[in-house]
Design a protein around this ligand. Structure first.
Ligand code: HEC
Length: 473
């Protein structure tokens, strides 16, 4: 397998950099999808005479939609590719290899979205109402198709399902979490569009309070599907791999925290929408609407973190580990070392003491750097600060047992020793200690620990790591 080195952004961890770009993009993209649907609704309200200011609103809102979805959405979309190839080129490689036709189709829909959007933007004042509705319908359909297609690929990473057996495109695309997540994201898209509408209405100076309140109450209709969210959430949960369920349900405090943020923020929005907008038909001012939108951003961030985080130790469940190593490669790498096919030098200026620490730094980059920094966010030198060298050797040799959301160590006894020397050197800066020749006895114990750890991940389909750990005892 070809190696593509992880770009390290210390003190930020690559996964966090990826998550930041991805969360902003997902937020914008989902808004673009919901925005298209909302505009169709308001165009229809205008054409049937149900809401007198609907037409004015459509024209005002569309400018925001174009600005956000064409400019910011497209820029962060490119940003995702740019970041992803630096963080996990092997994962992106798999996504493209298996789903190139899906990506190609998605680009066509994106093109259609841009064309329909541009035509509307340019000509909406000169063409008939029906033509406007058709363009908006085309825009909304194309935008939603992008969501549909990309979500197939994204959800495949978490639950590849039957694809694992035969790599069939159909099984991979319509994987176990495909429908719950597609429907869930569609509802999120509608919610975001409704909340943005509340902000936009507040900026329309030409309207009086009563006219604004009416528009806001129509926009709130887009929040009604939120009632289905809990059911879709539960459906999604039951389709997740058993092990990932374990993480979010308390096995990993960070995952549980992010899940709680997502659920809490969604409940707050839903509760406000139900009581304020539906029961009492209140007017929301710009500040409240912005606050609700921020909550929605928090919910998106929490949700995406859970989806990303619960894939550990895989980037494609049961197929490829987060560090780009395939499970079937581990045994071979235990023999040949993990740098046999890694020709890349360290980046200029990486602090090392000599040959052994250089090797250690490369082992770190190959196996640990996607999820850790050396000394920063999730920094290994901080995590191991109380361990002596032997504890480090053993716990890293048995990585998947140390924490079951880490993959097994995929190198030989010398790789392990170099990594430990590098991490120790990073704290102590004792060049002589770090670069002294390897001792036979140490390598032997390293090998013993590696053999004891085995080359398999701790949890296999159908059980949680916690259950696997208990079975071991
Ligand atoms: C799939 C992502 C991932 C990979 C790859 C990974 N780790 Fe981790 N590791 C984690 C997470 C998440 C934690 C939990 C951190 C915490 O508890 O705050 C962790 C914890 C640790 C800890 C602390 C364990 C403890 O008992 O407190 C050490 C040490 C560690 N990792 C070392 C490594 C080393 C060395 C490598 C590379 C050989 C590596 N990890 C690869 C995700 C990963």
């Amino acid at each position: 397998m070809e190696v593509f080195p992880v770009n390290q952004y210390d003190p930020l961890m690559p996964g966090i950099v990826m998550a930041m770009v991805a969360i902003v993009h997902v937020f914008m993209a989902q808004f673009a999808v919901g925005g298209g649907m909302l505009l169709c609704y308001f165009q229809w309200l205008a054409m049937t005479g149900r809401c007198e200011n609907a037409r004015l609103f459509v024209h005002g809102y569309f400018k925001w939609l174009v600005l956000i979805s064409f400019v910011a959405g497209a820029a962060t979309g490119v940003g995702i590719w740019f970041t992803a190839i630096q963080v996990s080129a092997p994962t992106i490689g798999q996504m493209i290899q298996n789903f190139h036709w899906i990506w190609a189709t998605e680009y066509l829909f994106f093109l259609l979205e841009i064309i329909a959007g541009y035509l509307f933007y340019r000509y909406h004042e000169r063409i008939s109402d029906t033509a406007c509705l058709r363009l908006l319908g085309m825009y909304a359909f194309a935008a939603w198709m992008s969501l549909f297609l990309i979500n197939g690929i994204i959800s495949w990473q978490l639950t590849p399902g039957g694809w694992i057996e035969d790599q069939s495109l159909f099984a991979g695309f319509f994987n176990p979490t495909f429908w719950p997540s597609t429907l869930f994201r569609t509802i999120v898209a509608l919610t975001l569009a409704g909340l943005v509408a509340c902000v936009v209405v507040n900026t329309m100076k030409e309207l009086d309070q009563e006219a604004k309140r009416k528009l806001i109450n129509y926009a709130a209709h887009l929040l009604v599907p939120m009632v289905a969210m809990p059911f879709l959430g539960v459906w999604f949960y039951f389709m997740m791999p058993t092990d990932s369920q374990g993480w979010v349900a308390g096995g990993s405090p960070a995952m549980t925290l992010f899940l709680n943020i997502a659920v809490g923020a969604s409940l707050a929005i839903g509760g406000y929408a139900f009581v304020g907008l539906y029961l009492q038909k209140l007017y929301i001012n710009g500040a409240t609407a912005t606050l609700l939108l921020l909550l929605a951003f928090g919910a998106t961030a929490g949700g995406e973190f859970v989806r990303e985080g619960s894939r550990k130790p895989y980037s494609i469940r049961y197929w490829m580990y987060s560090n780009g190593i395939f499970p079937h490669e581990v045994a071979k790498m235990r023999e040949e070392g993990c740098l046999a096919d890694d020709p890349y030098p360290l980046r200029d200026g990486t602090p090392v003491a000599g040959e052994i620490t250089t090797r250690g730094a490369k082992v770190f980059r190959r196996q640990c750097a996607v999820c850790h920094t050396v000394s920063g966010i999730n920094g290994v030198s901080e995590l191991t600060v109380t361990w002596d060298a032997d504890q480090m050797r053993m716990n890293i040799a048995k990585l998947q047992h140390t924490k079951p959301f880490m993959p097994p160590f995929a190198g030989n006894a010398e790789d392990l020793e170099s990594l430990v020397r590098y991490l120790k050197w990073f704290d102590e800066r004792n060049d002589e200690e770090a670069e002294k020749p390897f001792e036979e006895a140490t390598l032997k114990t390293n090998q013993k620990w590696l053999d004891e750890a085995g080359t398999m991940p701790l949890s296999l389909p159908g059980e949680t790591s916690l259950q696997a750990e208990e079975g071991e005892k």
